[in-house]
Design a protein around this ligand. Sequence first.
Ligand SMILES: *Cc1c(COP(=O)(O)O)cnc(C)c1O
Length: 386
Amino acid sequence: MTPVSEHDERPTREAIIDLDALRHNVRRLRELTGVGELIVVVKADAYGHGAEAIASAAVEAGADRLGVADITEGVALRAAGITAPILAWLHGPQAAFGAALDAGIDLGLSSVAQLDRVIEAARDRPSVVPVVQFKLETGLSRNGAAEADWPELFQAAAAAEAAGLVRVDGLFSHVSNTSTVDDRAAAVRFERGVALATEAGLAPRSLHLAASAAALGEPSLRYDAVRLGLAVYGLSPFEPTDDAGRSADAFGLRPVMTLRATVAAVRRVEPGAGVSYDYSYRTSTATTLALIPLGYADGVPRSASNAGPVVINGRRYQVSGRIAMDQFVVDVGDDAVAVGDDAVLFGDPASGAPRVEEWAEAAGTINYELVTRIGPRVVRTTGERS
Ligand SMILES: *Cc1c(COP(=O)(O)O)cnc(C)c1O
């Protein structure tokens, strides 16, 4: 009997998550930013990388805190046994503040109404003093308390804190990355908020403004903590065309995710063969077509049809024809490609994989969107890249 090789056991559709790379990135970002508090953002299932494994690895590598958007994301991490501090900052009208308090999740709040709801939830939990931070709106026009509401918010918070009803642990904001000038203007506004909060009697331990782009691009915006998402996944928040060349490589970051699939079929065709829906690609010579079982349901953007790069057996090709829901085709010419071969869509360029940014460019989007949209049929495995 022939033993089944490791190659044969590979899932047909796979996102390989390199936790060594993740840990390396966390340590590297500590060095690069020099901040005392590193908040690793694991919202949206850790940008599609798998929140539980990423959160554990990030904490091992020294993350001080985890950041999520929704309370439910934080509660799921607690259920998975993650004990590190967690901050959740985006709450709808149904947000489960009581569940957050039960799970020991710190709350980033944007209004007096939210503060009141948290205090209300804590009334039923006499042993719990909610830990809150306030998100200040400083120009992005999203959530956060508006400047006009700061006096009322800080007074209410100071009164609640004095009565032992909450602990105000931090103040934070988020910037637009439009330009250094715009981000500095947001910082000036943020500092007005900090001064006002201090006057009201608050003494927040942690001030933070910067996500990956500001943390890597503008040292003056680092304050006490940085909230890093994309960079910990080994990707650069700057455009691939960035004048300053601020690529992941330049920062010493390693991409964590490799997206690959197993070639499912190979077919030899005549010149002029139509390929995939609409025949937007036709073969110009007799050639070999390889079928890759990944489609837009798996997060491979249809808008990258006839453009996205694929590496098979160390050679680069591109998608030929339309990307369909479950599959796409690659014209490999006269190369010897067989069913069972490995097709890599993106990963660490150091291993010969295309960069996720090439797919982003082909699809008219950004690296963030590519990794976060990987679909549920793609099996996530942790391990070294292929
Ligand atoms: C998503 C998010 C971050 C992380 O952003 P990156 O650009 O991925 O580093 C930080 N702060 C807030 C408020 C966010 O919503």
